[in-house]
Design a protein around this ligand. Structure first.
Ligand code: GDP
Ligand code: MG
Length: 445
C-alpha cells in the first residue's frame, strides 16, 4: 500500500513542534510530500502544481493547534482545498429542466463504461426522479453494442429503441427523438460509440448527434483507472463538445481518485456520478470529501483536527500540558482529559480516526473500554474529595467503597480508573524523557 500523506508529513514536521505558526519553509517542505502523494494518486502534473500553490498560500502563517500535530494540520488544509477543487460540498445532480424529451448524451472512449453507465443512469432517473425513460444505442462500430444496451435495458426494465440494422448514428438519433416524443418519454439517454483514441471522425460524429438531439446533458464517461491519459481525453472532448458533467467509472477499483481532481480541473465541469461496480445499481452521486480521503490515503485525520479545533479549549490544554511536563498529573487532570476525549467523540471514534490505530482500537474493544466507561470514570472522580483527587495514593479500600457507592459503580471499576491514571502518569514520564510533549494528540497516537 501507499504511505499515507500524514505518515510522510510526520518526518517533515518533527522539527516544527513547539513553534507558533506554520512558516514558509516548513510549509514548502511539507508541500514536497503533498506533491508526491498527489502524483502517486495519479493527479496530472499541471494540476498538482496549481493545487500545491493554492495550498501553500493558505497554510503559511496559520497558527499551529496544540492538540494536533502540524502534519495533521497541513493534511486538513490540503484536504479542504481538495474538496473545494473537487466541487465543494454541494452536490450537482442531473439537470433535467428542459422540454421533454430531455436528452442526456453519453460520450467517452471505448471501454470507459458508457453503455453500462447509460443503463445505470436510466434506472437512477426512473427511480430517483420518477421519470419515464428511454435509451438508445448509437454505437454502430461494435457489432453487438446495440444488443448490449437492449439486454441491459431488459435487466432494469427500461425500454430501448428498436434496433434497425444499417442505420447511421445520426439517423438513429433522429429516430430516437421521434420515438421518444411519440411515446411521451421524459428523458432520452443516448449511448454513443467510443474509439480507442479521440480522433476527428469520433468528434465529428458526436457533434452531428448533438445537433439533431440538442442534449441538455452531455456527460463524459471516464475510467478512473485511466490516470494521466484521462486528462488528455477530457481536454479533447471538452474543447470540441460542450460537456455538462463527468461520470467517473470503476471507482470500486483501486484507483486513488487522482483522475477526479484532474477531470474537474481540466474541464471545469462538475463530476456528477461515480460508478462503483458492474451491477446496474452501482452508481452513486459523486461525493468530493470521500474522494479527497482516498487521494490522501489515510484515516480520518481531518475529522480529528476539526474536532480538536472545536472542542479543546486552548488554555485548558495549555495548562494540562504544562502540568504534565512537570510530571504533575492528578485525577483532576485525568478528568479534564477524559472530558476532552468525550467531546472529541469518545474513545472508539478517536481510535478509529488516527491512522495506524487499528490495533489500539482492537485493544480498546477487548478491554471493554466503551464510551460508557468515560462517563463512569467522570462520575468516580466526581465522587472523590478534593484531597483524594490531588493525591490518589490516599485511596484505600474504605475510600474506594465509598466512591464506588457514590458514583454508582463498583470497587473494581474504581480500581481500573486508578490503574489507568497510574499508567498514564508513567507514559507521560516516558514522553518527557523522549523529549517533551507533542501535544495531547501524542498520548493517543
Ligand atoms: P463502453 O465501451 O464505454 O460502452 O463500456 P461498457 O459499458 O461496455 O463497459 C466496459 C466494461 O466495464 C464492462 O465489463 C462493465 O461491466 C465494466 N464497468 C463499467 N462501469 C464499471 C464500474 O463502475 N465498475 C466496474 N468494476 N466495472 C465497470
Ligand atoms: Mg458501449
Amino acid at each position: 500500500m501507499f504511505d499515507s500523506l500524514s505518515d510522510r508529513l510526520g518526518g517533515v514536521f518533527d522539527k516544527l513542534r513547539g513553534r507558533g505558526a506554520l512558516n514558509e519553509q516548513d510549509v514548502r517542505d511539507a508541500m514536497r510530500e503533498v506533491r508526491v502523494a498527489l502524483l502517486e494518486a495519479d493527479v496530472a502534473l499541471p494540476v498538482v502544481r496549481r493545487f500545491v500553490d493554492a495550498v501553500t498560500e493558505k497554510a503559511i502563517g496559520q497558527d499551529v493547534l496544540r492538540s494536533v500535530t502540524p502534519g495533521q494540520q497541513v493534511v486538513k488544509i490540503v484536504n479542504d482545498e481538495l474538496i473545494e477543487m473537487l466541487g465543494g460540498e454541494g452536490q450537482e445532480g442531473l439537470n433535467l429542466d428542459a422540454r421533454p424529451p430531455v436528452v442526456v448524451m453519453m460520450v467517452g472512449l471505448q471501454g470507459s463504461g458508457k453503455t453500462t453507465t447509460t443503463a445505470k443512469l436510466g434506472k437512477f432517473v426512473r427511480e430517483k426522479h420518477g421519470k419515464k425513460v428511454m435509451m438508445a444505442s448509437l454505437d454502430v462500430n461494435r457489432p453487438a453494442a446495440q444488443e448490449q444496451l437492449k439486454v441491459l435495458g431488459e435487466q432494469v426494465g427500461i425500454a430501448t429503441l428498436p434496433i434497425v440494422s444499417g442505420q447511421q448514428p445520426v439517423d438513429i438519433a433522429r429516430r430516437a427523438m421521434e420515438s421518444a416524443k411519440l411515446q411521451a418519454v421524459d428523458v432520452l439517454l443516448l449511448d454513443t460509440a467510443g474509439r480507442l483514441h479521440v480522433d476527428e471522425a469520433l468528434m465529428g460524429e458526436m457533434k452531428a448527434i448533438s445537433q439533431v438531439s440538442t442534449p441538455t446533458e452531455v456527460l463524459l464517461v471516464v475510467d478512473s483507472l485511466a490516470g494521466q491519459d484521462a486528462v488528455n481525453v477530457a481536454k479533447s472532448f471538452n474543447d470540441e463538445m460542450p460537456l455538462t458533467g463527468v461520470v467517473l467509472t470503476r471507482m470500486d477499483g483501486d484507483a486513488r481518485g487522482g483522475a477526479a481532481l484532474s477531470m474537474r480541473f481540466v474541464t471545469g465541469k462538475p463530476i456528477k456520478f461515480a460508478g462503483t461496480g458492474e451491477k446496474l445499481d452501482a452508481l452513486e452521486a459523486f461525493v468530493p470529501s470521500r474522494v479527497a480521503d482516498r487521494i490522501l490515503g489515510m484515516g480520518d485525520v481531518v475529522g480529528l483536527v476539526e474536532r480538536a479545533t472545536a472542542s479543546i479549549k486552548e488554555e485548558e490544554a495549555e495548562l494540562l500540558a504544562k502540568r504534565m511536563a512537570k510530571g504533575q498529573f492528578d485525577l483532576n487532570d485525568l478528568r479534564m482529559q477524559l472530558r476532552q476525549m468525550q467531546s472529541m467523540g469518545g474513545l472508539g471514534m478517536l481510535a478509529g480516526m488516527l491512522p495506524g490505530m487499528k490495533k489500539a482500537k482492537q485493544a480498546l474493544a477487548a478491554s471493554n473500554m466503551d464510551d460508557k466507561v468515560l462517563l463512569h470514570m467522570d462520575a468516580i472522580i466526581g465522587s472523590m474529595t478534593a484531597k483524594e483527587r490531588a493525591r490518589p495514593e490516599l485511596m484505600n479500600a474504605k475510600r474506594k467503597k465509598r466512591v464506588a457507592a457514590g458514583s454508582g459503580t463498583d470497587v473494581q471499576t474504581v480500581n481500573k480508573l486508578l490503574k489507568m491514571h497510574q499508567e498514564m502518569g508513567r507514559a507521560m514520564k516516558q514522553i518527557r524523557k523522549m523529549g517533551g510533549l507533542k501535544g495531547l494528540g501524542a498520548l493517543f497516537g
